[in-house]
Design a protein around this ligand. Structure first.
Ligand SMILES: [Cu+2]
Length: 137
């Protein structure tokens, strides 16, 4: 009888720990939506896109359409907190780390048509990512 009661207490304690672990991990996942879609504005043959980074670890717009060619990404840190950058990581195209209220840019030639993920290199684990779509020629 005593053994059965001990087992019930142990099961309850483990269940409480598991529940606490679950609620903690859910709280740390950034479930905010990714918003904004834009197509680059072409100025003198250069496709220019302004992207805001914010305090909730999102890029706005989070989806960017470009045509093959030269692209300039102008990153604006619209937040009041952490610095951010914009990186097409797999190609090594990364703006400087940009503080609150600052902006920076990077110019590059698009990779071949397709869909690519861009990230903030220091907040990708918080879901600060976006999609760059290079349209077909
Ligand atoms: Cu960031």
């Amino acid at each position: 009888m005593l053994r059965a009661r001990f087992a019930a207490v142990a099961v309850t304690a483990v269940a409480a720990l598991v529940a606490a672990g679950c609620s903690n991990s859910q709280a740390s996942v950034n479930r905010r939506p990714h918003t904004g879609v834009t197509t680059a504005v072409v100025v003198g043959g250069l496709q220019i896109v302004t992207v805001d980074a914010n305090d909730v670890y999102r890029f706005v717009p989070s989806t960017i359409y470009v045509h093959p060619g030269r692209v300039e990404i102008d990153l604006v840190n619209a937040g009041k907190g952490a610095p951010h950058d914009w990186s097409l990581l797999s190609f090594g195209y990364t703006t400087p780390l940009t503080g609150s209220g600052q902006h920076s840019s990077i110019t590059f030639t698009t990779p071949s048509p397709g869909t690519y993920t861009y990230v903030c290199t220091i907040h990708r684990n918080q879901g600060q990512t976006g999609t760059l779509v290079v349209l077909p020629d």
